[in-house]
Structures are given as structure tokens and as C-alpha cells.
Design a protein around this ligand. Structure first.
Ligand SMILES: *Cc1c(COP(=O)(O)O)cnc(C)c1O
Length: 396
């Protein structure tokens, strides 16, 4: 018989990880709501409890539907193992608290997701873990901090909300050389556009709430990569109890059937919108790695298959009032805090990713008052461009 070639990402989005879970000729993954799993044979029960035999015991630990979701991610990210959590922050905190010990040192960047930044600045110091947050655009400074010694390198690219790009291969190499575990938040790029494990990372994580689910109707988080590390993260998560709900796992799986299709469309739409905005007289600056004017364009071209659905832009009228006016006139965009859905979503960092910061703090972080974050949906791009053009025309 001929050898079956490795399937592409579109095929894997649809099929991967589901085979063994199908029961009674069902073609779709069952949602197993059962909290516990019973055993007549106590020896078998003990073997499952000790991990000598595969199986489930209690829903806080593992669940068949959740397991399928983890398997699919494993196949898409091409990692050894995966484990999940109830939210993106649930998995990020399980990674950091599951792997780090007092006295250790983390090197990361200033532009990580707001909640992640809170763990670095507020919670890790409590357990005496030092965190150094470097300028996201200064790779040499990041490397210098890594070389000083680090136990964990935490990266995120593209970043939120100014869409900066980190060179993953370069920083993963530095992290490994220093003996650190390299962790990458791949939420903005998705496995369709970027493969951090292939670029040298040990762990890749997602807020599945965003592009993976893609329909803004389920929260979830997942990490994939080196099995020994995933086991440690799982061990912390099974105890802290931030378990992914089986119904959410099903909704995420359902959403992921169209992951490759959606991301392809979002890549195309976002690039066209970024080009349109860049030439618009009311726009000051556009942040999108697909534009040759973007400082991270060359790195993005090297490490990404598509530039993603996320972009942001500033208005020539640099005021929060002008932002409100533009947003109020958009028909095809939810003005909301989430991102990565089939619908376009827009909002200012002041109400979304950087809601905890003061105006001065945002300014210090290089986030302008008139910045609008735009998560491109799968609508017809002509409609989205027309909508933006109309909304911008209301500015004086
Ligand atoms: C939303 C988000 C998170 C947190 O995910 P939740 O599911 O909201 O907990 C982490 N990282 C990035 C890049 C995100 O956009």
C-alpha cells in the first residue's frame, strides 16, 4: 500500500484528533457531561488512577470531549502533548505557577497580554520569582537579559494592541542556550499562520476563546509541546481546578473545523484593509505586519505563513472622542473586548486590552489615545472597507 502523506492544515482542522472518540457510528464528537467515570474492577480503576492504563476518573482531571480538543491542538501545533484550561488566563497561570519556583527568573517583554502582565508584575513577585520585562522592539536587550540567566523565556507575537513582531527562532535559540524553557503565546497568529514549536519553542499556548473557537461563544485555553513540561502544567491545573468544560470543548472543536478557512479569509481581508487605511487621509498610522512599512515585516515574512486578522490604527485627530465617533458609525463591527471571531470587532485599548492602565501609563507604553484595534472578520472585504470609509468620513 502507498504511504499516506501528512495531511495539510485544512484537512487537520476538520479531521485531526477525533477518530477514537466517535461512538455508536456517530460522525461527530460526543459531549460527555458525566462528572465521574465508574469502574467495577478496582484493579483497573487503580491502574487508571496511577496512569498505567488510559481512561478517565473525575471530570476536574480529564474528560473525553476535552481530550479530543487537546488532541486536535497537538496535531495542528505538531507537539508531543497538550493540556487545556477553562480560559487563556487559566492556562497561562497554570504554566507559570506550574513550572516556576521561588528564586527563579523570567525574561519577557512589556507588550504581553494585560492579564499575563499582571501575573508578572503582581503575582510572581509574591512567590519570589523575578520577572524582567524588556522593550519588545529591542531584540539585543532581550538577548542580553536572557544571557544573564533565565529559567523561563515568555514570548508573544504579534503583540496586543500595537502588533509588534518578535523573532521567535532567534529568541528561542538564546533561551535554550541559557537553559530556560521557552514559552510562546500564539493566540494572534494561530497554528495556521505560525508554528512556534518548529521555530524552537518548548511550549506554545492559546487563548482558544479567540481565533481557535472563532465564534465568541466559548472560553478556553490550551498549551502544547514537550511532554514533561505539559505534565507539570497539567498537574498544577488539575489541582487549581480551572478545567475546560466539556460543552465549551465541543464548541471550540466545532469552531476549529473551519479554522484554516477562516484564517485564510481573515489574512486576506486584514491585508486589504491595512492597505486601504494606510492610504486614507484621515489615518495617521497603521500597524499590520503584512505592510512593508511595518518594522517587523521582514521577520514576519520569515516566520509567518499569513500575517493574521489583527491590525490597529491611529487617527490624525488624536483624541478619544474621535475614536468614539468612528466606532459609533461602524455597522459591521461589534465594539467589544474580544477578538478573533467571524464577525469584525473593534475597540480602543482603553476599554479592552489595557483597561487597567491610566492614560499616562498607556502613553508610557507607546499606546496612542486614538488607537483602534481591529479584529478582521470573515465578511466581504468590500463591505468592511466601505464601512470604515463611511465612518472615517464623519470626522471633521
Ligand atoms: C485573550 C487573550 C489571552 C487571555 O485569554 P482568555 O481566554 O481571555 O483568558 C491571552 N493572550 C492573548 C494574546 C489574548 O488575546
Amino acid at each position: 500500500m502507498k504511504q499516506r502523506p501528512t495531511p495539510g492544515m485544512g484537512t487537520s482542522s476538520v479531521w485531526a484528533g477525533e477518530e477514537k472518540s466517535l461512538i455508536q457510528n456517530a460522525t461527530q464528537v460526543p459531549v460527555v457531561h458525566s462528572v465521574s467515570f465508574g469502574y467495577k474492577d478496582v484493579d483497573q480503576w487503580l491502574d487508571v488512577a496511577l496512569g498505567k492504563q488510559k481512561g478517565h476518573i473525575y471530570g476536574r482531571n480529564t474528560n473525553p470531549t476535552v481530550e479530543v480538543f487537546e488532541n486536535k491542538i497537538c496535531r495542528l501545533e505538531k507537539g508531543q502533548a497538550a493540556t487545556s484550561a477553562s480560559t487563556g488566563m487559566g492556562i497561562i497561570s497554570s504554566i507559570l505557577f506550574g513550572l516556576l519556583k521561588p528564586g527563579q527568573r523570567v525574561v519577557s517583554v512589556k507588550d504581553t497580554y494585560g492579564g499575563t502582565n499582571k501575573i508578572f508584575t503582581e503575582f510572581l513577585p509574591r512567590i519570589h520569582v523575578e520577572t524582567v520585562l524588556c522593550d519588545t522592539t529591542d531584540h539585543e536587550a532581550i538577548e542580553t537579559e536572557i544571557e544573564k540567566g533565565c529559567d523561563l523565556v515568555y514570548l508573544e507575537t504579534p503583540t496586543n494592541p500595537t502588533i509588534k513582531i518578535l523573532d521567535l527562532a532567534r529568541l528561542a535559540r538564546a533561551g535554550k542556550k541559557a537553559g530556560g524553557v521557552v514559552v510562546v503565546d500564539n493566540t494572534f497568529a494561530t497554528p495556521i499562520n505560525q508554528s512556534p514549536l518548529a521555530l524552537g519553542a518548548d511550549l506554545v499556548l492559546h487563548s482558544a476563546t479567540k481565533f481557535l473557537g472563532g465564534h465568541a461563544d466559548a472560553l478556553g485555553g490550551v498549551v502544547c509541546g514537550r511532554e514533561d513540561l505539559v505534565k507539570q502544567v497539567y498537574h498544577y491545573r488539575e489541582i487549581n481546578g480551572a478545567t475546560l468544560d466539556p460543552m465549551s470543548a465541543y464548541l471550540l472543536l466545532r469552531g476549529m473545523k473551519t479554522l484554516a478557512l477562516r484564517i485564510e479569509r481573515q489574512n486576506q481581508n486584514a491585508l486589504q484593509i491595512a492597505r486601504f487605511l494606510e492610504s486614507h487621509p484621515k489615518i495617521e498610522k497603521v500597524f499590520y505586519p503584512g505592510l512593508s512599512s511595518h518594522p517587523g515585516h521582514e521577520i514576519a515574512k520569515k516566520q509567518m505563513k499569513g500575517f493574521g486578522g489583527m491590525l490597529s490604527f491611529t487617527l490624525k485627530q488624536d483624541s478619544f472622542k474621535a475614536v468614539g465617533q468612528v466606532l459609533a458609525h461602524l455597522t459591521y463591527a461589534h465594539c467589544a473586548a474580544n477578538l478573533g471571531s467571524v464577525e469584525t470587532i473593534a475597540g480602543p485599548p482603553a476599554t479592552t486590552s489595557h483597561v487597567e492602565c491610566t492614560r499616562e501609563e498607556r502613553k508610557a507604553m507607546g499606546i496612542p489615545e486614538s488607537l483602534i484595534r481591529y479584529s478582521t472578520g470573515i465578511e466581504d472585504v468590500e463591505d468592511l472597507i466601505g464601512d470604515l470609509d463611511l465612518a472615517l468620513s464623519t470626522l471633521g
